[in-house]
Design a protein around this ligand. Structure first.
Ligand code: 5GP
Ligand code: MN
Length: 327
């Protein structure tokens, strides 16, 4: 059974919960981390028993390490759930980016997300593609229930908002997003402190990795497609890992004349070598989610991704063909 719920349904439900599990998608970004921390702190305030879990083993980016409670987040194998726990899953478009055993939970699985391609995998689904971030949906739930948003919870909510809107510059930056920021600032969030902590502490390996990626940049299709790739050896040379790739795609996208940016990086695991691909469309005229879907990935019209077999050059050649037919 799967049904749609509204902000006020969850606002009523949350304070009445006895035991909840809080989670978000693997390789967590600022929105995913902001969501789990904000809900964890709110559960604490409401006296709701809770545990927090993030699938996968990609460490949480150091930029977000200033948030409280990160040490309480369980990683690795999915924990055994109490039979009646409600699982709150945030910012995850599909169950494929989660540990699959979670769907076996006996209690409700509550899917809270803003991805337009969310497949409604929850038993209860609150999906709002007009929300700039999933923390915005959480904010709306808290507000609807008159639940107390202090400066610390506000900071976690703000983190998701500021990162998912590209510091209030992307096309998802609505008046609503600005109103939420204003509310949070009045609640005590120090926006300049968040800026300093998130954006002004670049680790040297990240800058080195960016240098290699820019060196490897090629422009194709008369400059409409910007592509770059990083191999496992590049990561090693820079002393970097996946966490340090955030933002590289934005450098490719911002080049004049580029309509699609593609950033491919090698991932070596027990299952072999694969290529993780990030795609961006500058003006939305090329639907990059449609391209990602062809390879089993997903995302939004302007930002999508997938994982593929093969070497980076063949993945980029395939992308070039797919983008060419869509220009
Ligand atoms: P990013 O390039 O920042 O990793 O991801 C951009 C967008 O594409 C995000 O909204 C993310 O949800 C989506 N995305 C990235 N990789 C995958 C993937 O492997 N599968 C799916 N379904 N979506 C992805
Ligand atoms: Mn998000």
């Amino acid at each position: 059974m799967s049904r749609t719920v509204g902000v006020s349904d969850l606002a009523l439900r949350l304070p009445q919960e006895h035991d909840i599990t809080i989670m978000a998608h693997e390789n967590p970004d600022g929105d995913a981390v902001g969501c789990v921390v904000a809900l964890m702190l709110m559960a604490q305030k409401l006296g709701v028993a809770h545990r927090v879990y993030l699938p996968g083993d990609t460490p949480i980016s150091p930029e977000y390490s200033f948030l409280p409670g990160l040490e309480d987040i369980e990683r690795g194998e999915f924990p055994k759930l109490h039979s009646n726990t409600s699982v709150y899953i945030m910012d995850s478009a599909s169950a494929s980016r989660l540990d699959i055993s979670i769907l076996k939970c006996a209690g409700d699985c509550i899917n809270i997300d803003h991805h337009q391609d969310n497949d409604g995998y929850g038993t209860l689904n609150l999906v709002d593609p007009t929300a700039a971030s999933t923390t915005q949906i959480l904010f709306n739930i808290f507000r609807a229930g008159d639940l107390p948003i202090d400066a610390t919870i506000g900071t976690a909510l703000y983190l998701g908002l500021v990162t998912d809107t590209g510091r209030f510059q992307y096309s998802n930056t609505t008046p609503e997003a600005h109103r939420m920021a204003a509310y949070l600032q009045e609640a005590g969030v120090d926006v300049n402190r968040v800026f300093s902590l998130v954006y002004e502490r670049t680790p040297l390996p990240k800058t080195r990795l960016l240098g290699i990626a820019l060196d490897r940049l090629t422009l194709r299709l008369d400059g409409a497609l910007a592509a770059s790739s990083l191999s496992a050896a590049d990561f090693e040379a820079a002393g970097a890992d996946e966490r340090h790739t955030e933002g590289i795609i934005d450098e490719l996208r911002r080049i004049e004349g580029v309509r699609v940016a593609a950033f491919v990086r090698e991932r070596v695991s027990d299952e072999g070598t694969q290529q993780k691909v990030s795609l961006r469309s500058t003006d939305g005229s090329v639907d990059v989610a449609a391209i990602a879907h062809l390879e089993g990935g997903g995302g939004h019209v302007r930002a999508a991704g997938f994982t593929a077999d093969g070497d980076a050059e063949s993945v980029i050649a395939w992308l070039e063909r797919e983008v060419r037919t869509r220009l």
